[in-house]
Design a protein around this ligand. Structure first.
Ligand code: PBG
Length: 322
């Protein structure tokens, strides 16, 4: 008989044998930014997550900085009337996100700012690229994504994170950054699946497609190796960091990605639906919130993620870690 229980006999012993841990430095905290002033509205399906106008965002960042969080990811949420067919409000040098980056960098120059690069938050049809013949056209979308990334970089973003799932988007962005002498790095949303777990996000960012779905560009979750091929292609195109998204239902992909590309920083995105599910169950009293989040985040790290994008980062840093 092998005596395993000696490793678990009390908390101190369990702590000694634990080889996976979480730090606030592992987290990238997502923010939804809106127009206006003094706006802080809670997102209905994501309890504890808000849309902030830039002034309120600056205040909230002050709070997370104190907690030790040093990486954030920005999404823009604009009014319907500012959206158009090509999402032009997203790649303008005066865009909401560019203004937010400039303001953030004024107050917190050492915060690492990541920006989502995708058209869906800015197009009237809610798709991630330009529409031709009722489908999303790949190649004509690339210059727009490259321009958006370039403008974010000029405004001061440290990382641009293309999430549109257009083929060649990393290469297009890399070229435009280099030709404009921008040193921003690229976090590629490489293995991004067409997932029903994004539901609450589309509510938060008002980015639900007005027709069809995203299955012609985001990955089919019934494939086991395409995710790795997408990562490989993005690295060849010049990505610095890579991502698997969603996280908890895709731990196998996270693990394979880390095994195959051990040197590349790997980010896992605990998406809106994963967050909403745990929060809702906790509110109903069915699950212990802190413990289920802790266990899920440990699992994501154990699978191989170096960093985790999670809407729970702030609460985790204030209630669980300390
Ligand atoms: C933009 C984008 C989405 C998410 C991140 N970037 C939405 C989508 O692809 O539909 C989802 C994030 C989440 O669910 O938390 N394309």
């Amino acid at each position: 008989m092998k005596r395993f229980r000696q490793f678990r006999i009390n908390q101190e012993t369990r702590d000694r044998y634990a080889d996976i841990s979480l730090s606030v430095k592992d987290f990238i905290y997502p923010y939804f930014v809106t127009e206006g002033e003094h706006n802080k509205e809670e997102i209905r399906s994501m309890n504890g997550v808000y849309r902030f106008s830039i002034d309120e965002l600056i205040k909230d960042i002050g709070e997370i900085k104190i907690l030790g969080i040093d990486k954030i990811l920005l999404f823009g949420v604009i009014n319907e009337e500012k959206k158009d067919d090509s999402g032009s409000a997203g790649y303008d040098s005066g865009s909401l996100i560019c203004r937010a980056i400039r303001e953030i960098k004024k107050y917190y120059p050492d915060l690492l700012v990541f920006t989502d690069v995708c058209l869906c938050e800015y197009t009237s049809h809610g798709h991630c690229g330009l529409i031709h013949n009722h489908d999303v056209d790949n190649d004509s979308t690339l210059p727009l994504l490259a321009e958006m990334a370039y403008q974010h970089a000029v405004a001061g973003a440290d990382f641009v994170a293309p999430s549109a799932m257009m083929d060649g988007q990393v290469e297009a962005i890399r070229k435009q950054l280099s030709s404009g002498n921008q040193s921003a790095r690229i976090l590629a949303y490489s293995a991004k699946y067409a997932s029903a777990f994004y539901g609450p996000f589309r509510d938060a960012a008002a980015s639900t497609p007005s027709f069809g779905d995203r299955k012609s560009y985001q990955m089919d979750f019934r494939t086991s190796t395409q995710g790795l091929e997408e990562i490989e292609a993005d690295l060849e195109e010049g990505a610095d960091w890579t991502m698997v998204k969603p996280a908890l239902p895709y731990l196998d992909i996270i693990q394979k990605a880390k095994t195959k590309f051990p040197e590349t920083p790997l980010v896992a995105y605990q998406v809106s639906g994963e967050y909403a599910m745990l929060k809702a169950a906790a509110q109903l009293g069915y699950l212990d919130e802190k413990r289920v989040f802790y266990e899920s985040l440990i699992a994501i790290k154990r699978a191989g993620a170096d960093y985790i994008i999670t809407y729970y980062a702030k609460e985790f840093a204030s209630n669980v870690i300390s």
